[in-house]
Write a protein that binds this ligand. Structure first.
Ligand SMILES: C[S@@+](CC[C@H](N)C(=O)[O-])C[C@H]1O[C@@H](n2cnc3c(N)ncnc32)[C@H](O)[C@@H]1O
Length: 299
């Protein structure tokens, strides 16, 4: 069994699991697994209530994206809290079958753009087929890792995600990447699983549970700390429903500070040392700002 400290081994196991889920969905299986998989954690909780997948979406949200919503493996509806506007650029981390991408594409309209990022070929193929069936033209699906997002800095207005960050073996890297690709003032609005502080070590350490998402989840305190360390502010974590004896689904929101009075957010400093780069990645410096060795500061 792979050690939890081996992000590549974790990713391989996660990829295998979701490739199988995508194949099952493409073959028409009904709700092949939850975010947490049919064996490790079922779609339903102990009382039989569905806590993952399509049951979380209202009919209005699902309209026009029925196939993708039907194959959802998420633990919430991030588009319900992302407050998307016409013309915005949205990035969905771990886009799966594409439900949240297609819903976002409708919200941002033809002047906006939505990018779904996923590492699993089978999921990308399924999502592209769902987008084509829904007639959505302002969405694209890109292959890559959420720990190393293949997009330029300050290139998206909103980052959404649905039950994916908990799967990563390097969550601090994911959140640093979020801060890097967000424009100043950009928003982070995700659904994810948060672990109770009381989650026991045996559950946390079990690889099968990890690929099923529960054991990999951060606690509220850990999530807040990592978001802050990445340079994101206005952090809000709101539990939506229980998904496990030791974990809950939650909405997690934060934002990248706006233009920082002419300075780069801490997460962007290393990529932002030249005055030319600064206006790209920090926006226009504030009036009276002067350039410093790295980042710019108000005079
Ligand atoms: C639990 S499913 C959620 C899919 C989708 N967000 C939804 O709500 O239905 C996790 C998805 O994230 C992708 N994924 C997991 N870890 C990833 C990583 N490190 N980088 C990129 N994609 C990842 C998987 O391939 C899978 O499609």
């Amino acid at each position: 069994m792979a050690e939890l400290t081996e992000p590549d081994a974790i990713r391989d196991q996660v990829r295998e699991k979701y490739a199988a889920a995508a194949r099952a969905a493409a073959a028409g299986a009904v709700a092949p697994s939850s975010c947490c998989g049919p064996t490790e954690v079922p779609l339903t909780d102990a009382s039989g209530t569905q806590v993952f997948g399509d049951a979380l979406y209202g009919a209005a949200e699902a309209a026009g994206a029925a196939n993708a919503v039907g194959a959802s493996l998420g633990c919430g509806v991030p588009t319900a809290v992302a407050d998307l506007h016409e013309g915005e650029t949205v990035l969905d981390l771990g886009s799966g079958a594409g439900a949240d991408v297609l819903i976002s594409a409708r919200r941002v309209g033809t002047t906006g753009r939505v990018i779904g990022l996923d590492m699993t070929d089978e999921m990308l193929e399924l999502a592209r087929a769902n987008a084509a069936a829904a007639g959505v033209a302002n969405a694209e699906f890109v292959k890559g890792h959420i720990e190393d997002i293949p997009l330029p800095e300050a290139s998206v207005d909103v980052v959404i995600s649905n039950c994916v960050i908990n799967l990563s073996g390097d969550k601090a890297a994911v959140l640093r990447e979020v801060a890097r690709v967000l424009r100043p003032g950009g928003r982070f609005a995700v659904s994810d699983v948060i672990a109770d502080p009381s989650m026991d070590e045996a559950t946390r350490a079990d690889m099968a549970q990890w690929t099923g998402c529960i054991a990999g989840a951060l606690t509220r305190e850990e999530f807040e700390g990592m978001l802050g360390a990445a340079g994101l502010v206005d952090v809000e974590i709101r539990e939506t429903h229980r998904v496990h004896e030791h974990a809950a689904a939650a909405i997690v929101r934060a934002r990248r500070p706006a233009a920082d009075g002419g300075c780069c957010a801490p997460a962007a400093h290393k990529d932002c040392c030249e005055p030319d780069a600064k206006s790209d990645c920090c926006g226009e410096p504030a009036a009276g700002a002067v350039t410093a060795s790295c980042g710019c500061r108000a005079a």
